[in-house]
Design a protein around this ligand. Structure first.
Ligand SMILES: Cc1cc2nc3c(=O)[nH]c(=O)nc-3n(C[C@H](O)[C@H](O)[C@H](O)COP(=O)(O)O)c2cc1C
Length: 204
């Protein structure tokens, strides 16, 4: 059963935003409810409809559901910090970009497009009560060689996927603490410009 209290981590927004975005966060515990292939296909399908430069769609996903060989192979690529909590994630994935466009030239927007793919997946997941927790902490080269991708592909992020509602008390103390409290962001004044760039230190 999904614990509703876990779904909401306080998000102190400065302006109104839609609930799906306000309620999304990146937990390190998940409910025991397994993730099904059907649910994953909906997440991957949502990403598929993201915008991309020239519609080149440079995104690739490797995934595994807990209990499968693919899952264990992805898990073995995670760093120690992420293995501590992701060991109970119902599904794991790797987000991979093709760095070349179909002409064989570098696609300078591939990373941007892959980010849009995963962000779109995360929004779809949120609408289904599913959390998507992205990770930079994994061995990118090991993953590329493990899954036999050609040279032009870059393994960018690992992703833990599961229903919200896990028990934070099963985490090591330092990680448990991160499951509580407010989410935080820089104020808009620090990064939105209605004209010339203003150095952050100059902002009152
Ligand atoms: C590209 C990327 C890499 C990240 N790497 C890690 C990671 O290795 N381990 C981890 O626990 N969280 C990781 N995170 C999660 C961020 O710490 C988290 O998104 C951020 O603190 C904001 O929290 P929120 O998603 O709950 O709003 C990563 C997120 C992104 C987008």
């Amino acid at each position: 059963m999904q614990d509703k209290a876990q779904l909401l981590k306080e998000t102190p927004t400065d302006h109104p935003i839609t609930d799906i975005i306000e309620n999304r966060w990146s937990p390190r515990v998940f409910s025991d409810t397994p993730i099904t292939a059907t649910e994953l296909y909906s997440l991957f399908e949502a990403g598929r409809w993201a915008a991309s430069c020239n519609n080149w769609q440079p995104w690739n996903i490797v995934y595994g559901i807990k209990g499968s060989e693919a899952y264990d192979r992805i898990f073995d690529c995670l760093d120690h910090f992420n293995q501590q909590w992701a060991q109970d994630a119902p599904a794991l994935a790797l987000a991979v970009m093709d760095t070349k466009n179909p002409d064989g030239n570098n696609n300078f927007h591939a990373l941007y497009d892959l980010g849009q793919y995963v962000a779109t997946m995360a929004i779809q997941a949120q609408s289904m009560g599913i959390a998507v927790h992205q990770m930079a902490g994994f061995d990118h080269e090991k993953a590329k060689s493990e899954f036999q991708f050609p040279e032009q592909y870059h393994f960018t992020t690992a992703i833990a996927i599961g229903h919200y509602g896990g028990d934070p008390s099963k985490l090591p103390d330092d990680l448990e603490e991160m499951e509580h409290g407010k989410r935080s962001r820089k104020p808009q004044e620090e990064f939105i410009f209605n004209g010339d760039y203003v150095k952050r230190a100059d902002i009152q």
